[in-house]
Design a protein around this ligand. Sequence first.
Ligand code: ADP
Length: 257
Amino acid sequence: AKEALFHSQKLEAIGKLTGGVAHDFNNLLNVIVTGLDVLVNEVNTPTGTKMLESMRRAAMRGATLTQQLLTFARQQPLKQEKCNINRIIESFESVLRRAGKTSVGFNMKLESNLPPVLIDAAQLEAALLNLVVNASDATPDGGTITLETSTVELEDNEVKLLPAGKYVRVAVQDTGAGMPPDVAARAIEPFFTTKPVGKGTGLGLSQVFGLVQQSGGDLQIDSAIGKGTTVSFFLPVIALEDGEDMDAGKAVVSEKA
Ligand code: ADP
């Protein structure tokens, strides 16, 4: 028992250290990303622009990685708010567009009048980024990534163990390599990765899964070798109170006449 306690204290210390370092790194990388954003518009040579874009993507990847570590080290409690997911996606669109390879297309199909869900907006952005980067990594030049939102009526256990009801479905679909069944089965495990060292942590899908589960939803992976993969998650629709209006990703109480 003493050893177990020592072990768990050690793990806690490692978690704290990881979280602290990741937090500082994240801030540094955000300075770099912001700087590169400005420079991309200042530099007018094709080589320079290309180089800055690839530096920006690398810094973004670093920021995503530190974000994943932060989540994993549980340094970030969820800040759940009533949100219209479309608004979050729209305000994050430019980042998502630039997250993947330039040789892969990016489309969005957002259902109008999407009902609200309870979600941590910043964590949702991180989740979408993880899914789009994964899709881009798996997709050869000329392929397409589609980000789609819709409302679905689920029956009991239609998706995992979710109870029957109305859900918002968010799906990231790619026309990439697909996953063999053994990879699909393990994909959400923390630290499971098929990517070479330095390219993947295996924490992306586990972040998405953790967030979705903590928000009362679940995640589904549909994949066909050589055809592509769709990762979708489902979040329970919540009721709006009287006079409540959804705007800018936040619930706003509208003035009554
Ligand atoms: P990482 O991307 O760091 O490897 P993830 O947890 O995000 O970690 O993904 C785990 C594994 O699942 C990946 O290494 C890859 O093998 C597989 N995977 C995830 N998304 C896709 C996708 N869209 N297409 C094909 N394989 C995928």
